[in-house]
Structure formats: C-alpha cells, structure tokens
Design a protein around this ligand. Structure first.
Ligand SMILES: NC(=O)c1ccc[n+]([C@@H]2O[C@H](COP(=O)([O-])OP(=O)(O)OC[C@H]3O[C@@H](n4cnc5c(N)ncnc54)[C@H](O)[C@@H]3O)[C@@H](O)[C@H]2O)c1
Length: 305
C-alpha cells in the first residue's frame, strides 16, 4: 500500500499559536503520518498558546485519528523578523513577552535545534506565518515602512529560514511555505504590501529550490491556499466575504478545510514528492483556475444531478 510515511522524520513548523490556522493543521497531518513535530511560536502569542495547551483547551483538536494525543517535541519562541538577537531593538528584547524567552531569532532557533538534537536533525521545515502591519490599507496608501515590514516578516523570513536550517537538514529535506493568490490576481482589501510579499515568496520559492537544491539537496515548495478563517485572516476583516465568494465561484463548492492544506503539506514533505520542487501547489478547491465568476443561474453540481 502506498502511504505517506514520515516515521523517523522531524519537522519544524513556524507560525503556530492556536489550533485555528494552517500551521496547526499541517503540524497535525505531519504527526498523523508519524513525524515528530517541533513548533516555532511568535513570542507575543506564546504565553497564551502555552496556557491553552496547559488548560486542555485544545484537547479535542490535539486528538489524532488513532485516539492518541498530538505531542509537540519542543515549542520554541520564534520571531521571524530577526536573523540574530542583536538585530532586535532593545524595546523588543526588554518587552515582558520576550525577555524571559532567550534567543528568539532565526539564528537562535537554529542553535537551539542543534543543541537539542545535534546536526543534521531536521527533515521538514514549514513556514506558516505572515504579518503586514498595514494590511488593511490599499497598496496605494501603504507606507514604505509598512511595505518593507510586510516583505520582511512574510517573505524574507522564508529565505533566512532556508539559509539557516538547510545545513541542518537530512538528505531529501523539504521546505514549505504558505502563499495566497493575491500574489498574481487582484484581491481588493488584501493590502499593505501583502500581495507583493506573497509574489516575492513565490518567486523566491523557485530560486531557493534551485540554489538550496544544488547546495544541500533539499526541496522548496509553497502551497497557495484558499481563504480560511484563521486568527490572522480574521484580523484582515473581510475573510467571511472572501470565503463565501470563493466557495460560490470555485470548481468545487465543498467546504474548504485547513486539513486539505495539512494533508497536501504532508504529501509534499514526504518521499512521495521527491521529484517536486520549486512549485506553487494550489490547494483551494480549484478557485485559481477560474477566469470569471459564476452567474447565480449557472448550473451547479447539485442542480445538474
Ligand atoms: N487564512 C487564509 O485565508 C490564508 C490563505 C492563503 C495563505 N495563507 C497563509 O497561511 C500562513 C498561515 O496563516 P494562517 O492564516 O493559517 O493564520 P495563523 O494566525 O494560524 O498563522 C499566522 C501565524 O504567524 C505568526 N506570526 C506573525 N508574525 C510573526 C513573526 N514575526 N514571527 C513568527 N511568527 C509570526 C502568528 O503568531 C501566527 O501564529 C500565512 O503565510 C498566510 O499568509 C492564509
């Protein structure tokens, strides 16, 4: 039987602070396939996440299909906008959510992984995070600072993650990030330079696949996911409208699930996808293929059958 088998593999998933987003769904799918999973959580969200876990608030989502419980091997404090601790301004380092956490930079994370597990120690790295402080502003009104911050947190962070972690990957390692089709088509309301950041992330996926593939033998892909009401997406403020519109106008009108992305990510991370790199994989009920919205009167599957 052909299975996704990730036993003996270790994953690092960056961008999990609750059970409501793609990062959690990916971590869970990787664990379902047998991987051990470490997380990287943004320090401002880490305290709340730890409390949710301690108080058993996530117990239902943490239950795997065989009845066992999802256990994270480590949860590291992780802020993807700093390559080294020295780059973090004093006000961040002294902030109460950061100061007790040690080195939360990408270099610090790399050092902790190597201290905890030796090197090479990783097979799978997932970048499931984004941040655009001016996301609610149209691109036309986005400040230089807001634009560069969006690119820094949402695109450059992936380059830095590949640069730091690729040397700690075992042969056949897989990097994966999450993108959105606002990179290539206009999505009104997805502003602040976030569309530009996703375009950069997708372009970088191709270049990193070549450079890190040649240098380290690793694969680099990105999943372009459909709209989903995660915490980050809800903060943008129009996610329910995006979901309803996309569902109405997609080839598949089934509900789009975070586990759709989790399962695709588990496949892409597995040896079954050994020949796939430098690719944008659409996991969106096929919405990306549409060139025009569906008229209310167009036949749906339900109407046709
Ligand atoms: N939800 C959607 O509709 C949608 C669609 C396509 C792509 N995506 C992408 O999926 C990825 C995951 O987002 P999500 O929607 O599942 O939301 P989410 O809220 O589950 O995940 C975003 C995470 O990013 C973390 N984060 C923000 N800034 C950070 C930083 N500087 N360092 C480290 N972590 C940081 C947040 O704490 C949060 O845990 C993002 O790249 C997002 O752009 C989302």
């Amino acid at each position: 039987m052909l299975r996704i088998d990730l036993r003996d593999k270790r994953a690092f998933v960056a961008g999990v602070a609750d059970d409501g987003g793609f990062g959690f769904a990916i971590a869970k799918a990787l664990a379902e396939a047998g991987a051990s999973v470490c997380l990287g959580t943004w320090p401002p969200a880490l305290g709340i996440f730890e409390k949710l876990l301690e108080r058993g608030k996530l117990d239902e989502s943490m239950t795997l299909s065989d009845g066992s419980r999802l256990e994270f091997e480590r949860i590291y404090p992780f802020d993807a906008v700093f390559d080294t601790l020295e780059q973090a301004p004093a006000e961040i380092r002294e902030n109460k959510r950061y100061r007790e956490r040690g080195d939360f930079s990408i270099r610090g994370l790399t050092d902790r992984l190597i201290t905890d597990f030796g090197t090479p120690c990783l097979d799978i790295v997932v970048h499931s995070l984004a941040n655009g402080p001016e996301v609610k502003l149209p691109l036309l009104e986005t400040s230089r600072r807001g634009y560069l911050d969006a690119i820094s947190a949402s695109a450059y962070s992936n380059i830095s993650l590949v640069r730091h972690l690729a040397p700690a990957m075992r042969p056949g390692g897989s990097f994966l990030s999450l993108t959105y089709m606002a990179s290539e088509r206009v999505i009104p309301g997805y502003g602040g330079g976030m569309s530009s950041a996703k375009a950069a992330l997708e372009s970088d996926t191709r270049t990193l696949a070549f450079e890190a593939g040649r240098r380290y033998g690793v694969r680099v892909n990105t999943i372009s996911a459909g709209p989903y009401a995660s915490r980050a997406a809800t903060a943008i403020g129009m996610i329910q409208r995006m979901i309803a519109y996309t569902q109405r106008n997609s080839p598949l009108t089934r509900e789009f699930l975070a586990s759709d992305v989790g399962n695709a990510a588990a496949f892409l991370a597995s040896p079954l996808a050994a020949g796939i790199t430098g690719t944008v994989v659409y996991v969106d009920n096929g919405y990306h293929a549409m060139g025009m919205g569906v008229e209310e009167s167009a036949p749906s599957r339900a109407a046709a059958t």
